[in-house]
Design a protein around this ligand. Sequence first.
Ligand SMILES: [Fe+2]
Length: 504
Amino acid sequence: MKVPVNALRAGLVFSKPVYIDTDNFLIPAGIELREKDIEQLRFWNIDEVETDGDILREPAAEVPNPGEAVPEEQPQEALMGRILPEDQKIALVFQNYKKFIKRIDDVFAGISSGAVPDARAITGMTDDLFQTIRKNRITTIGFILGSKPAGCNLAKSSINTAILSALISEKFGYLEQDMRQLITGALLHDVGMLKLPQEILTKREQLSPQEIRQIQGHPLHSYLVVCRELGFSEDVGRIVLQHHERWDGEGYPRRLRKKEIALDARIVSAADAFEAMVSEKPYRNSMIGYQAMKNILSDNSRRFDPEVLKSFIGIMGIYPIGSIICLNSGAVARVIGVREDVPLRPKIRLIIDEQGTAIQPEEQKVIDLLHEKSLFILKALDPKDFAKKNMNKGRAGENRAAAEVEAAGMRIIARNVRSPSGEVDLIALDKDTLVFIEVKAWSVYGIDNLPYGISQKKQRRIIETAKYFLSLHREYNGMAVRFDVIFIEPEKVTRLESAFTECL
Ligand SMILES: [Fe+2]
């Protein structure tokens, strides 16, 4: 349908992309129309736009004044770009998730520096984490598999292990109080690591037998911190002390076997192992969710309690949510839902058809493999490689980003600018502002977390490259500078204006 520009209002959302003409689109499907978009159309003397879609959402009755103070609890990122309501919910949970990591990291920093830790900080975290997990089960799993908040490895691992442990314990019918105890133990399971020399923890080379013995002493250190320094109960102490015991009795420190090991500790052990496999450690690259699952499943009652594993599969699925899988038909799909009784037949969304052509986001079909008996999963693909290959193929993602930039009324002046310190994907002029744009392609790991910022390290590289560009192109010196980030997802393109700042 053709829509007169006079009928457009900021806040309108269409179910299909809105085009200015055959070559240029104004906004992607599902993205809110902004006042700025309408102004641009008027500026270009365009009278009407075209779309095959319908109006998905009308503008809210009250458009907030952009200068108005914003309530603190709103995620900062949501204010910078056009983020949809469901994303805002995920953004909030993700903000909380990052805050949890920060909170436990602060506690760990205190313990490392020899300060007497405060048990109340841990109890408060346990309560908050308990509530968050209860309300956002699937979303939190996505963070464990997907997000890589920079640094804070021990803190991240503690939070992830606590989330996974709590989810597993639901299957064992844990009551609230028991689950809180489990969360506390899971949060602190590796706290004893802080008592070990830093060189061992970051060492990339093979550890010596003596260093291995030192590392194996960490459950006992954890126990001492938990029970002596923090004053938690023996029940919590037992979790941290036994989290490296193995079902077959080959673990440490006491070579306990089977049910001699507390159920809490058996749960934390499986959660911790999975977490370690999917996280990046200095001494190895992270495994993809599917491989980690496969590794844990091939355990054959050696390391883990088979009952705990069964519950674990129930939660994660063999192909965890977010996995990219290849079907027997040759099509490629993303796992979007798992069912514990049929882990091999999840719900999927097709992203590449049998001929190898990427399917347009609005045409991607959702298939429930439970009902499509002729289809089955051939293998899991590494999402990182997949995303990379997909991006390189015709630079599809970058072209979508470029279209978004132009649709926003900016003019692209350079692409893929490299400097000794990094790269900037797009450089554009937005009236009298020079805009350096990072294009972030979706990868399954981060698909739910894409709209929430880029790492400090990446920011520094972009800023360095921007300085380098300005040193070579003096004609732009003195102009206002802005750093945007464009997120490319199968379903949509989102631009965050001034995603981070730096005065050049
Ligand atoms: Fe450990």
